[in-house]
Design a protein around this ligand. Structure first.
Ligand code: IVH
Length: 680
């Protein structure tokens, strides 16, 4: 076979496997086989770039860097929908439509995804372009980034029109959103306020390989083009399925407005069970000919409307404002409120985010605040109840000094957060650094979890991360602390018995083998997250080269900007940090790139076959890597030889049935961590 033919064959084969995996949830080859084929294709593409296929699956993992997104005009303008919050207006919408077309109409009810609109252009069955809404007339070309989203087909099957456009929403599922924010907080980056902001920030990233890691998803909701084969919206969406698109999770026809209202009530409750965010429902006239007849107003189509779920809102007195110092030194103001029932829970506290948000709300002493909460969303302060403001009330000031250590607070010009710069001697920051260091993705010292680190810190045994490596058996044995009952949790006693101490010391011993990239992440340089740590270790190979690098040299590493470079330089400029590094080095930690980077953590899963299915708080690849690190083997289809199924959210029903039929234990993510003895 010629290289050209081989590239083409591999491309088709791998795309079919992707389809089996992501669309049908029914893989027919193992992940190892898939990776093997993919790597082979990558090699061939490198040798013969002239034969790269437009739908190559190698783009799914990214690799493109876009410095500035090109502006592209839309073929059809991207409209927005009229909104309503009231049932009343839904009846009015129905009456208006019936009077305009003089007949009963059928509607299609859909979920209103809370992400950002995207237009996908297909030409001759190939995905060629993804453009954001922009101003509705022109938007940004984000094709390389969208190609990493597995539910966007790159090549279609069947009998499709030559040119058409699919409209839909890019969104971030809750599990990925939460994992992303945890990661950001760990490295001192401000968290995203909601999944929509996270999705939109991700879509505009310059490196598509980063986008690939973030786990964006796509939901289609409309198709446009000439010569479309169907007469109704409902049928055309179903036809898209035959061409390789995934059907929307929910889409129902309604014969009249009453059925629409039933759908709306149902999803106002059911939405709490969804794994991705929605903020309402969308109602569309099904018949295309009627849509055309109805046309549009200046801004919106007349044939569709969005019903947005109400967030419940109440006014309640502000009792006080607490200022909490986080593990990275960021100070967060939190409002203590007179308890108020809202959307099923009692709200007592709500974040005020930062000084800017507080100032914009103009919160004064003795004010009552409006709190809002919708479904799964955390309570949010949306404004001040001015009717209840006391005459002469003074603004609530933002503090000027750290409430924990008294150091004057600082604020970077281009960031919203105020922070305590006393990184090395401010109690919550020290504890934060210690906890970060022992974390699962850092040194993985799980035997030190559950409050033990706090005890060691309070006793003065561990004041910085290097102190862990000086701990001795006799120092630890017999330590005990009572944690009082709190928030419904019973009283708890933590005691360092013989076995506990042995485990701790064994864990510390083991951690000497943790690879350099994780050590670098663990030592807690601000803004150096897991990915950046990996890139830095690959580039500099050892800590000496890294610590003596200039700003320019640091910025040669992909994704390292000025802020990260400055932070690294700052870190190594501190004699205290240098001393810690010297001590850790003496203790035998890895400060050089190890070529065998997937070092084994334990052999607890030796000889066991596991299969992962569904969505986890970490990526599926990370889950698989963890299985290997514990000596287990990843398999892709269930058989009687499978030992465990690790089931995330949204595990395929077929797989579950099969596992149950064969009597194979199904573990949740938590149960899996318990099995391998990993606790946070
Ligand atoms: S239809 C002309 N359907 O809501 C048709 N939009 O203002 C236009 N959205 O930004 C859109 N879910 O991105 C439609 N099922 C759905 C939707 C949906 C979310 C978004 C859309 C747009 C906004 C409507």
């Amino acid at each position: 076979m010629s290289p050209q033919e081989e590239i083409k064959k591999l491309t088709d084969e791998l795309n079919q496997h992707n389809y089996n995996y992501y669309m049908l949830d029914n893989p027919v080859i193992s992940d190892e086989q898939f990776d093997h084929l993919l790597r082979h294709l990558m090699d061939l593409e490198k040798q013969y770039p002239e034969f790269i296929q437009p739908d190559t699956p190698t783009q799914r993992v990214g690799g493109t860097v876009t410095k500035k997104f090109a502006t592209i005009p839309h073929t059809y303008p991207m409209l927005s929908l009229g909104n309503t919050y009231s049932e009343e207006e839904l009846y009015e919408f129905d009456n208006r439509i019936k009077s305009l077309v003089n007949q009963e109409v059928e509607y299609v009810c859909e979920l209103k995804y809370d992400g950002l609109a995207i237009s996908l252009v297909y030409e001759h069955g190939l995905f060629v372009r993804a453009v954001t809404r922009g101003d509705g007339v022109k938007g940004d070309d984000v094709t390389a980034n969208v190609k990493t989203i597995k539910s966007v087909p790159l090549r279609l099957q069947g009998d499709f029109p030559d040119f058409f456009e699919v409209r839909g929403e890019i969104l971030m599922p809750f599990a990925r959103f939460e994992a992303l924010n945890r990661e950001r907080e760990e490295i001192g980056e401000p968290p995203f306020a909601n999944p929509r902001n996270a999705a939109s920030g991700t879509l505009k990233m310059q490196e598509s390989s980063e986008v690939a890691h973030r786990g964006l998803d796509f939901r289609l909701y409309y198709v446009m083009g000439e010569n479309l084969p169907c007469a109704t919206h409902y049928d055309s969406i179903h036809r898209l399925q035959a061409w390789g698109f995934r059907l929307p999770d929910v889409m129902e026809r309604a014969r009249n407005i009453h059925e629409v209202i039933d759908f709306m009530h149902k999803w106002d409750t059911e939405r709490k069970k969804l794994s991705f965010p929605i903020d309402g429902i969308v109602i569309k006239v099904n018949e295309f000919s009627l849509q055309q007849q109805l046309g549009m107003t200046a801004k919106n189509p007349r044939w569709a409307i969005a019903y947005k779920f109400k967030a419940e809102k109440m006014s309640t007195p502000l009792l006080s404002v607490d200022f909490q110092v986080g593990r990275t030194g960021i100070v967060t103001p939190v409002a203590n409120l007179e308890p108020v029932p809202l959307a099923g829970t009692i709200v007592k506290r709500a974040t005020l985010h930062n000084a800017e948000v507080m100032a914009a709300l103009d919160i004064r002493e003795g004010d009552s605040l409006f709190v809002e909460k919708g479904g799964e969303i955390i309570p949010k302060i949306v404004g001040v109840d001015l009717d209840k403001r006391l005459p002469g009330a003074q603004p609530v000031p933002f503090i000027t000094h750290c409430p924990e250590c008294g150091t004057p607070l600082q604020k970077n010009e281009d960031e919203a957060g105020t922070f305590c710069p006393n990184e090395l001697h401010c109690a919550p920051q020290i504890k934060g650094k210690l906890e970060h260091f022992i974390g699962r993705r850092a040194m993985n010292l799980d035997s030190l979890g559950e409050g033990k680190v706090e005890i060691l810190y309070e006793r003065g045994l561990v004041k910085n991360i290097a102190d862990f490596y000086d701990l001795t058996y006799s120092q630890l044995l017999g330590i005990e602390k009572k944690f009082p009952a709190e928030d419904g949790k019973p009283e708890r006693v933590v005691s360092f018995r013989e076995k506990t101490v042995e485990n701790i010391l064994a864990g510390i011993e083991q951690s000497r083998k943790v690879p350099f990239e994780r050590v670098l992440f663990a030592i807690g340089i601000r803004y150096v997250g897991e990915t950046t740590a990996k890139k830095l270790t690959r580039h500099f190979k050892n800590i000496d080269a890294l610590s003596s690098a200039t700003k320019e040299e640091l910025m040669e590493v992909n994704d390292v900007g000025e802020r990260v470079a400055d932070s690294i330089i700052n870190f190594f400029n501190s004699s205290e940090n240098l001393e810690i590094v010297v001590r850790l080095r003496k203790a035998g930690l890895q400060f050089e790139l190890d070529e065998h980077e997937n070092a084994t953590v334990s052999n607890i899963l030796d000889g066991k076959s596991l299969i992962v299915s569904g969505v986890f708080s970490i990526s599926r690849d990370e889950m698989k890597k963890m299985i290997e690190q514990y000596g287990g083997k990843n398999v892709s289809s269930i058989s009687k030889n499978t030992d465990y199924v690790v089931a995330g959210e949204k595990m395929g029903p077929e797989k579950r049935k099969k596992a149950e039929a064969l009597g194979i234990p199904i573990l949740s993510e938590e149960e899996f961590y318990q099995l391998v003895g990993k606790t946070e």
